[in-house]
Design a protein around this ligand. Sequence first.
Ligand SMILES: [Zn+2]
Ligand SMILES: [Zn+2]
Length: 571
Amino acid sequence: MPAPNPTASATPAPDEHWVAGVANEILRRNDERIVIHTGKTPSGPIHIGAEREQFICSAVQRELRRRGYDSTFNFIIDSFDPLKSIPAGVQVPKGFEDHIGSPLSDVPDPFGCHESYAVHFAQEFVDCQGRLGLSPNVIYSHKLYETDAMKDAIRTVLRKIDELREIRGKYIRVQEEDGSEGGTGSGSGSGSGSWSGSMGWNPVMVVCERCGKIACRRKDVEPNRITSWDLARDEATFACTSCGCEGKGKIRDLRLKLSWRVDWAAKWAVFRVTCEPAGKDHCVRDGAYDMGLEVCDRIFGYRGPIRVPYEWLTLGEHAMKTHKGITFTPREWLKIAPPESMRYLILSADLMRHIAFLPERVPDIVDGFDRLERAYFGSEEPPGGASRAFVNRLYEICSVGEPFEELPVRLPYRFAVYMVQLESLLGRDKVLSKSIGYALKLYDREALTDREHRDLEERLSMAKNWVLTYAPQNLKFQIAETPYRPSSEAEKSFVRSIIDMLGRDLKEEDLQNEIFSAARSLGLGVGEAFSVIYRILLGSERGPRLAPLLIALDRDWTIRRLNSVLQPPDA
Ligand SMILES: [Zn+2]
Ligand SMILES: [Zn+2]
């Protein structure tokens, strides 16, 4: 079953938002510069699960700025990782599997629009980030590994290989690193003089100069590692696990990469990272984060960042898995819902709370953000008894764009959902003018600003896309061609009372109440009474909430239609 609505205030909000706690912890370190990191491997379409980490970083950065502290926010694209499989749902040319084992930055873009597979999927994700209110520095790891700093990190690792093996032995009992720890690279190497490394594991992967692979496709994807090295001459050798060729070159010139646990620690040290959030699986005791911190400290001499563990964001009850094609991308979100509401979905949840996102729930999520906004501007009580401080922090980290000085007018998403389904009946202009009228009345305002107007039009087009793809049946409707004719006197009286109500231009809430009491006073069951109207208007037994539907419809048209079914058939 779908998890409960992640945005509902089922549990009371704490007095302080978690972002304040993370900022406190960061400031206690007294780092000279505050550096916030996040990373992602562009192995296929990057889904919104990855936004949780991005938004945590963005929220922490905003909170620090509010307190007067600058910080750097880096987003590392792990483009130097090997292609391990072709994700389900990604259309690739024939023979594309041959690229498995090559660095993602060397694999061609299957769509032909970017310089590589890595850049295609990374860019698609990065392009959305600005609209979502964040602008990290984007760093591609295949470029990063060309820098002196990373070459030095590799040399340091090799110089301290015994200590690294000892650390690793404490954490890794099974062969699990980089998909497999098979390629230990023993067998070659002279083992004499200053050459070393022929025995045992090392974390330095190499791109074969002949076949271009950094890993070989066996059972899983096995890394291609160097087999021996001579630091005095800055040289290393390798025997390619894919094509079998033997190579030798300068560390300076070879295309080398550290396997991921060591790579993580090296980047922390190179960038002096203050804080990097990580999924709960990496943060378990003796997990990858613990090992990374020890490697960072003992091998690179840097104490490492603050970890901020977080729970998953899943698509309903399914974990989003790029390789299985279970994804929902930020780009898809921005077609159906405002950016603020995605931030709200993710940032309103406690860090260790599982978020089960269902696209059907978008109207609830947008409503949740709108309520938060009204509470922030004091026009409504904070939801769920949240403290003023909590509401302020949450709103500040959710909003996107220039801050508003006063409560902006927002078209309720649910109303937009009604309106867009009436476009064929009312026409585009009428849909727009009715939506504006409704929103102004709701917020008790005379006119919209340009920004509010743009926002309202955007919500209409998002709602339209949502109805097309994700709306559940009970929110979809169309106008009936041949309306139902009420049979009993009670039904007819009910229709007459609706016509009367429509003539009085009632507010949504009053209209809904009057409809209920009219049904009751005529001795009709509420369901029965409502279905009379639905059958007249929509030709179905059920429909969306009646009052907003009646408001959304063109009043004259509705009155005409209701009158027509009260006349004798041939009148
Ligand atoms: Zn492309
Ligand atoms: Zn090769």
